[in-house]
Design a protein around this ligand. Sequence first.
Ligand code: PAF
Length: 291
Amino acid sequence: MALDLNANCLPTARTVADLRDQVKVWRADGLRIALVPTMGALHIGHMSLIEEAKKHADKVIVSIFVNPTQFAPHEDFDAYPRTEKTDSELVKDHGGHLIYAPSGTEMYPDGFSTSINITGITNGLCGDSRPHFFGGVAIVVSKLLLQALPDVAIFGEKDYQQLQVIKRMVADLNIPVEVVGAPLVRDEDGLATSSRNKYLTAQDRQQGLALHKALANVATLVKNGKTAADALKASEAILNDAEITSWDYFEVRDASDLTLVDGPVTRPARAFIATQVGKARLIDNWPIDPA
Ligand code: PAF
């Protein structure tokens, strides 16, 4: 085994073979293993995923891979923050056990030709505004799961549609792993944590706060008896007050199958928003109890 060992950092596997060697040792000791897939630039939201992972397993692997296949050519693949050393220190401080940071060619060697197309649950929301996105997520997540073969894998509810897509894919492909969702984490000012928040100026950030305020308002109005469509319409004022006048989506959807809800909310639902603020595309979502 040839793990990368740096002072203050966790051991880092850079190849599938090294990852599997370490997993084999843990398995021989009868230990349960969790995987937390990430693209790095870790923040408190990711730390909550590690905390969740520790509840389910003895050993926690955090993968760090900025996955090119989930970015369109005009998106921020090159600009995406890469902070592996500080990420590794953070994971170590929070009780993780191994970083898996493969290279681009380890994940996608010459001749790589496989794709995964998930239908239904990928319609709408980010599936419409980022048509390449879920294909890229599906291929990289299925590879990470098959490479590590963890008992459990943890994904944040911040990317709520992504979590549902991964659950669908894991069930459809009989990948032997339990997929666990962990609650969205907000900064003190209410902004949903995201690696892309690093792109925001102080002024952008102020503007971005309108997202969760608008979502929370939708939930309150629905609870008070408004239809989803009316609650959304009324909450647009909060976005407009912050000079947000366009968005990829601002919608209410069923919490489990993500079908669009316009009328009265009779089952658990969620309000979703995605919009560009400064240089960052921000997404957020909020649970809605039936009226
Ligand atoms: O949510 C993310 O950070 C990424 O989409 C994931 C799941 C690590 C796949 O690259």
